[in-house]
Design a protein around this ligand. Structure first.
Ligand code: BTN
Length: 259
């Protein structure tokens, strides 16, 4: 693992998906936190099998290689750690008051609009070559979003509005995301997991403290009240008189996100 300056950032103008490039690169033995950055993605991927709208120049498309040595059972927490890292990097670069929506969307405003999303993809899990690629997409500039995204997405530039005459420095945001990710993963490795989770709880408070939520599981559509983030990263909800733990999937916050 690199300890001093930043590990390499490999830049491409045009790729299918930076996650694919990073997964391929990881197998060639590059150092942890080596990153892949592109101007445009032809087939950017999002969570839950969705695509990630990746027009040229309007977003940051970045994938960072994490080698989960020493993380053991904490490996799944990389995804929450990545949410904290990206939220802090955006806040630092833009002065915007961003929040986290479980598990790791960076959102802003009421109703929430999405500024950034994270897709973690793993390979060779359980071997000494295990790798987790943290794929980060940040909306930088307003873009002609497809209709289904138009009222749910926003960009850093749009949120900063007229009081700011210059776009944020991309290079600074890239460096911030990588440095923050390195710090949050260091905390997981150093048994400082509580610091990562508590930071997540602060940034995600609006969606945790008694917020009504809807989701669908094997029982069908469900409604409940979110009341916390478990130490394993699960969203804790009260539903039909009992306590449930949501570990994956899509959750809608009735008062915060657009259904
Ligand atoms: C989400 O659905 O919220 C996750 C979106 C993740 C998008 C990023 S852009 C860089 C990296 N490459 C991809 O194909 N996806 C991730």
């Amino acid at each position: 693992m690199a300890s001093g300056g930043l590990p390499p950032v490999v830049y491409y103008r045009d790729v299918e998906s930076t996650n694919d490039v990073a997964l391929a690169l990881a197998s060639s033995g590059v150092p942890e936190f080596t990153a892949v950055l592109a101007d445009v993605q032809q087939t950017g991927r999002g969570r839950l099998g969705r695509s990630w709208f990746s027009p040229a120049g309007a977003g940051l498309y970045l994938s960072v290689i994490v080698r989960p040595e020493g993380l053991d059972a904490r490996t799944p927490l990389i995804t929450l750690a990545a949410g904290v890292a990206v939220a802090l990097a955006i806040a630092d670069a833009s002065d915007l008051r961003v929040e986290l929506k479980w598990p790791n969307d960076v959102v802003i405003g009421r109703p929430w609009r999405k500024l950034a999303g994270i897709l973690c993809e793993a390979s060779a899990v359980g071997t000494s070559d295990a790798v987790v690629v943290v794929g980060i997409g940040v909306n930088l500039l307003p873009a002609a979003y497809p209709a289904e995204l138009a009222d749910r997405a926003t960009s850093i530039d749009r949120e900063r509005g007229v009081w700011c005459d210059r776009p944020i420095a991309r290079a600074g945001l890239v460096a911030g995301c990588i440095q923050q990710l390195r710090e949050q993963v260091r905390r997981l490795r150093a048994d400082e997991t509580a610091l990562v989770l508590d930071r997540w709880r602060e940034l995600g408070r609006a969606g945790l403290d008694g917020a009504p939520v809807q989701w669908t599981d094997e029982r069908g559509p469900c409604r409940g009240i979110a009341y916390g983030l478990g130490d394993d990263g699960a969203l804790l909800v009260r539903h039909a008189g009992r306590q449930d733990r949501l570990v994956a999937g899509d959750v809608v916050w009735e008062r915060l996100s657009r259904v």
